[in-house]
Design a protein around this ligand. Structure first.
Ligand SMILES: Cc1cc2nc3c(=O)[nH]c(=O)nc-3n(C[C@H](O)[C@H](O)[C@H](O)COP(=O)(O)OP(=O)(O)OC[C@H]3O[C@@H](n4cnc5c(N)ncnc54)[C@H](O)[C@@H]3O)c2cc1C
Length: 351
């Protein structure tokens, strides 16, 4: 490691980005052995970021190897996040955090290999003929059933922000044009800027995968429905604690965050085929957001980008940011601790 750090002071760490990737990473940093001073810097915060638009279901929604799903660490990240949510769901915090455990049907045509995530959800099984008749899905379809978590990212982020401030974390609202603006101000900079990394660290591998969805009131819907066809057409119905999300789209390279009414109409028509009663649901709002697509998540130490500070990247989670967030935060913390140890921040420097 090439940078020399102050050993007598508390380490200074900045986390850039306050989404589902950055904020939980920042909270965990406030609790580590080295007792660092942690600053969270972000241009925007919940409820104005991509993480607020996520469904959010714990399993990939766009699972096409283009949006981070081919990373070899995905199994561990998914497992860790699932276990984290299970422990919150089983605690008195479940109500505040709007985490629910929901049963799901995933529909597909023809034969399909079992998904890589089947062991990380609960009760994964193939739906038999008799059950398919009851469900009355269009002919020619097959189906998996399982249970998984739905969460409202905004509720989780609100709780995490409270934790961060209570633990002494400092929050700064600021857009960075370049990481050089804060080079040397912090010993370590953890970059969790999602799609913003395309410009901030000049990474052309990051690109938008646009998603549009409709939030409706349909309290009778308690089951997840999802279909992703071979040619990438997405249809999903996600019941959350406060509403139901109808989706969706995955438009690679599309930067528009404007809602397209024709796209909303097409989404609703697809959802009504599987759940006709939804045609009576009250529409609360329509949303569009940009997933931070990348062939693999970038979670690594970067010692070359700055002269004084060490940078750790944690971005590019595509359509799986909520599914991966806890596992990625833990891995990012391990990298931070490795850097601090390498630079002499040991037990003697803890305050
Ligand atoms: C419609 C839709 C549905 C989705 N559904 C699911 C789902 O069901 N399950 C799932 O696992 N995932 C889902 N996702 C994907 C998930 O939302 C993302 O992977 C996740 O939100 C990425 O989180 P993030 O923290 O990296 O990015 P963001 O939430 O975009 O946060 C980035 C942060 O970085 C800050 N930032 C960026 N650039 C700069 C800069 N230059 N200077 C300062 N700050 C900066 C921003 O202000 C923000 O605070 C969905 C996404 C969409 C769009």
């Amino acid at each position: 490691m090439q940078h020399t750090m102050e050993k007598v002071k508390r380490p200074r760490i900045a986390v850039i980005g306050a989404g589902i990737i950055g904020l939980p990473t920042a909270v965990m940093l406030t609790k580590i052995f080295y007792k660092p001073e942690v600053t969270l810097i972000a241009e925007e915060f919940s409820p104005h970021i991509t993480s607020d638009i996520a469904g959010a279901i714990i399993r990939p929604v766009v699972d096409n190897n283009k949006v981070g799903s081919c990373d070899s660490r995905r199994d561990e990240w998914t497992k860790v996040t699932f276990q984290h949510l299970y422990s919150l769901f089983s605690s008195p915090l479940a109500k505040t955090l709007d985490i629910s455990l929901v049963s799901a049907y995933d529909v597909y045509e023809g034969e399909r290999q079992d998904p890589w995530w089947k062991d990380y959800v609960l009760g994964f099984r193939h739906v038999g003929e008799e059950e398919m008749k009851v469900l009355q899905y269009p002919t020619g379809k097959n189906c998996w059933a399982y249970s998984t978590f739905m969460m409202i990212s905004g509720s989780y982020l609100t709780w995490q922000m409270e934790q961060f401030k209570a633990n002494g974390g400092v929050v700064v609202q600021r857009r960075l044009e370049s990481l050089e603006e804060i080079d040397g101000v912090y010993d370590i900079i953890v970059n969790c800027t999602g799609l913003g990394s395309r410009q901030l660290v000049n990474d052309p591998e990051v690109y938008p995968v646009r998603g549009q969805a409709i939030v409706v009131k349909a309290p009778w819907i308690k089951t997840i429905f999802a279909e992703e066809t071979e040619d990438g057409v997405l249809t999903y119905v996600f019941p959350r604690a406060d509403s139901v999300i109808l989706g969706g789209t995955a438009d690679v390279g599309n930067w528009s965050t404007q809602v397209d009414p024709l796209v909303s109409k097409a989404i609703m028509e697809r959802c009504f085929i599987y759940s006709p009663g939804l045609s009576t649901a009250e529409v609360v709002k329509e949303v569009a957001g940009l997933r931070p697509g990348r062939s693999t998540v970038r979670l690594e130490i970067d010692e070359t980008i700055l002269k004084k500070s060490t940078v750790i990247h944690n971005y590019g989670h595509g359509g799986l940011g909520v599914t991966f967030f806890r596992g990625c935060a833990i891995d990012a913390i391990k990298l931070v601790e490795h850097c601090l140890f390498q630079n002499g921040f040991t037990a003697s420097s803890k305050l």
